[in-house]
Design a protein around this ligand. Structure first.
Ligand SMILES: Nc1ncnc2c1ncn2[C@@H]1O[C@H](COP(=O)(O)OP(=O)(O)OP(=O)(O)O)[C@@H](O)[C@H]1O
Ligand SMILES: [Mg+2]
Length: 326
């Protein structure tokens, strides 16, 4: 696994990364979230050996990067931010260059390049100059470069940035497929992506780790998590409100909206857990006016904003959101 311990980077008086610690295991995709300038790319550059930490340590499979840089980097693939690739090279030429830099020659070099081209769907553009490619294809070339040597560990800085929805989907599928036998750390600003591919997510703000949890665990902190929204037709609001307030495990009933045609109610369960919502819903079987219902799964964007100081403006931590290790 990748182990990061108390990693710190200062630029002059600015602390870009502040005592960050975490691990990523094989078979796991770890999402790295945080506002612009939070320290994601700086952390990734240190892990991949492109930037020397001010303090703290990084190890892979128990090997310290500071002691065994070559062995550690051999196990790593890195997709940097903004796909920096040589514009004058052809796709094939660039991948050949990367393969040689990784020490491949002859037949094994050809095989590695062929596999990367196939995996990243680059066949239609192999002979094209990189500078003339669309942004999405440039991103794929950079992706191909990062997986060329089939590394067990991948560090990807915004791998789906700038891709169209189809390509985003393709890249996520590729990440999911590869994650079976690799450990992947990926940064993103797309919160849906965290739900789609990550088993766990870190949130970093001002260089400090402020959450390390599963996407479900993060959504659980949302104020709406576990609430039930009911749409009812042809009904009298007061009667309904009373009836639902009398249900077991319902703490509160809020009227979201009412028109002549329908009433929308929100039930706040006494306990915010899926089983509780299921028990409440099972009591509604006989409710003839019920048109539809939904159980809120919580919102990552709400949690992201409240933890990183976006919407509530405080950026303060609650008791449950202390930085790791404090
Ligand atoms: N070489 C450098 N010299 C000085 N400051 C730097 C350097 N590299 C990064 N920083 C600063 O470190 C902080 C963290 O930057 P970083 O690029 O890691 O953020 P990020 O989380 O990747 O943001 P984004 O989401 O915008 O990509 C920023 O304040 C940035 O200006
Ligand atoms: Mg960045």
């Amino acid at each position: 696994m990748i182990r990061v311990d108390e990693l710190t980077k200062t630029f002059g008086s600015k602390t870009a990364v502040d005592k960050v610690s975490f691990t990523v295991k094989r078979g796991e995709v770890l999402g790295f979230l945080g506002p612009n300038g939070a320290g994601k790319s700086t952390t990734m550059r240190m892990i991949t050996g492109f930037l020397r930490p001010t303090s703290g340590s990084i190890s892979i499979d128990g090997l310290l990067l500071a002691e065994k840089p070559v062995e550690v980097r051999r196990r790593l693939g890195y997709l940097p931010e903004n796909a920096p690739v040589y514009p004058d090279m052809t796709v094939e030429g660039f991948l050949a260059f990367c393969a040689e830099a990784r020490g491949y020659r002859g037949k094994s070099k050809k095989l590695k390049i062929g596999a990367a081209i196939e995996q990243c769907f680059l066949a239609p553009v192999v002979h094209q100059r990189i500078g003339t490619l669309s942004k999405g294809y440039r991103q794929r070339v950079c992706f191909a470069q990062s997986i060329l040597h089939d590394p067990p560990y991948l560090v990807m800085d915004e791998p789906t940035d700038g891709l169209d929805p189809n390509q985003k989907h393709e890249v996520r599928e590729m990440i999911r497929r590869m994650s079976r036998d690799k450990a992947i750390l990926l940064s993103t600003h797309i919160l849906d992506e965290v739900d789609a591919v990550c088993q766990r997510a870190l949130i970093i703000a001002n260089g400090r780790l402020i959450a390390d949890d599963t996407p479900e665990g993060l959504r659980r902190r949302s104020s709406s998590y576990g609430t039930i929204t009911l749409v009812l037709g042809n009904a009298v609001t007061d009667r309904l409100k009373k009836r639902f307030e009398a249900l077991e495990e319902v703490k509160e009933v809020q009227v979201v909206s009412q028109t002549e045609a329908e009433v929308i109610l929100r039930l706040i369960p006494a306990r915010r857990e899926p089983a509780s919502a299921a028990r409440i819903l099972s009591q509604l079987e006989a409710e003839q006016d019920l048109l539809s219902f939904a159980v809120d799964r919580g919102r990552l964007d709400e949690i992201f904003r409240s933890l990183t100081g976006g919407s509530n403006g405080t950026g303060r931590f609650t008791e449950n959101d202390q930085p790791a290790g404090s």
